[in-house]
Ligand binder design. Structure first.
Ligand code: 5GP
Length: 344
């Protein structure tokens, strides 16, 4: 047994130290970024916040809205040719769409079918809960060999060594996060995980050294956390829970005591397994939960709120653009980040 003594941090363990700034207004902050990816050589421009490939979030109607802000949506694995054909303006929004695939044979066949029909889609997100298996790296390599010009996202991992391994296997972008998600129970079921801000800082450093990018995936509870992800060095921040509960996600609406709620569940919850695979195999346990989120209306209001928060973070630390945010970031460790006197 070995114990690592140095402290690893979550978003809630830090705050940005404010810095003298010449910025006049937060409206002057530019949130747009342009990236060229290591292997695909594709260039992408937009606001690097992504919707997670979860039911109720990684959906076409969410993508339509996010694309207006030049933000990417990772569609769920269930988006097949038939479903995508229903999206009438797919040729307008495709630069901001990613297709998801697991390592199962039928997932990969679906990806191949979709890419035959919609070969203009540029992002492939190879997504498994645990990106540490040798089999996974080999799979990433085989997808890279088959699709040399696609931008490949692969994850999830939380450490520098495996970030490098996935990049060297052909990933342009590594997805970082094990256990921080709003509907994730991995830490309870397995005791495995890594505090998200430290994972982002360490994996970003590893990926950037190889000319690759990372996504900070999961654990954001408020716009300040999104900014902290970027401040820590993330190239993209992916949101599940913060984008859930809206009309466009088409989740199940339930009413209780006159209030409206929308059901939202983890991708490896019982609910998701029942819906997509007819239940859990008996050697596995669920590592996700279902929650009821207060109905939040249109997603555009939430997007504006998040972008307003991130712009404001940039002005507080003197960053004229999102690109400069991590260079302008000094985090201070805190034991209390929020005054909750009047909450609940
Ligand atoms: P959130 O933004 O809701 O905090 O986190 C979203 C991320 O949680 C997703 O992108 C995905 O990586 C992760 N996630 C989604 N569903 C599950 C699940 O059922 N179990 C686990 N362990 N993680 C999940």
């Amino acid at each position: 047994m070995r114990l690592e003594e140095d402290i690893k941090l979550d978003y809630s363990d830090v705050l940005f130290r404010p810095k003298r700034s010449t910025l006049k207004s937060r409206k002057d902050v530019n949130l747009k970024r342009t990236y060229r990816f290591k292997y695909s050589k594709n260039e992408w421009s937009g606001i690097p916040i992504m919707a997670a490939n979860m039911d109720g979030v990684g959906e076409i109607d969410i993508a339509q809205n996010l694309a207006e802000f030049e933000m990417i949506t990772c569609l769920t694995k269930q988006h097949d040719v038939r479903k995508l054909k229903k999206c009438k303006n797919i040729k307008d929004i495709y630069p901001h769409l990613a297709l998801s695939v697991g390592i199962k044979k039928e997932d990969f066949e679906n990806l191949n079918d979709v890419l035959k029909e919609f070969n203009f889609i540029k992002f492939i997100c190879i997504d498994v809960a645990n990106g540490y298996s040798e089999h996974f790296s080999k799979f990433v390599k085989s997808v890279r060999d088959k699709y040399p010009t696609k931008t490949i996202i692969a994850g999830n991992v939380v450490t520098a060594d495996m970030t490098q391994e996935l990049v060297l296997s052909g990933a342009d972008i590594v997805k970082v996060g094990i256990g921080p998600g709003s509907v994730c129970t991995t830490r309870i079921q397995t005791g495995v995980g890594y505090p998200q801000l430290s994972a982002v800082i360490e994996c970003a450093d590893a990926a950037h050294g190889l000319g690759a990018h990372i996504i900070a995936d999961g654990g954001c509870t408020c716009p300040g956390d999104v900014a902290k992800g970027f401040g820590g060095g993330a190239d993209f921040v992916m949101l599940g829970g913060m984008f859930a509960g809206h009309d466009e996600g088409k989740g199940k609406l339930v009413k209780k005591n006159g209030e409206k709620f929308i059901e939202f569940y983890g991708s490896s919850s019982d609910q998701a397994n029942k819906k997509h695979y007819g239940g859990l195999s008996n050697y596995r346990s669920s590592e996700g939960r279902m929650v009821r989120i207060k109905y939040r209306g249109k997603i555009k209001n939430t997007i504006h709120n998040i972008l307003g928060g991130v712009r404001s973070s940039c002005t507080y630390v003197g960053a004229p653009s999102l690109k400069q945010l991590s260079k302008c970031t000094t985090f201070v460790r805190v034991s209390n980040q929020y005054n909750e006197t009047f909450i609940k």
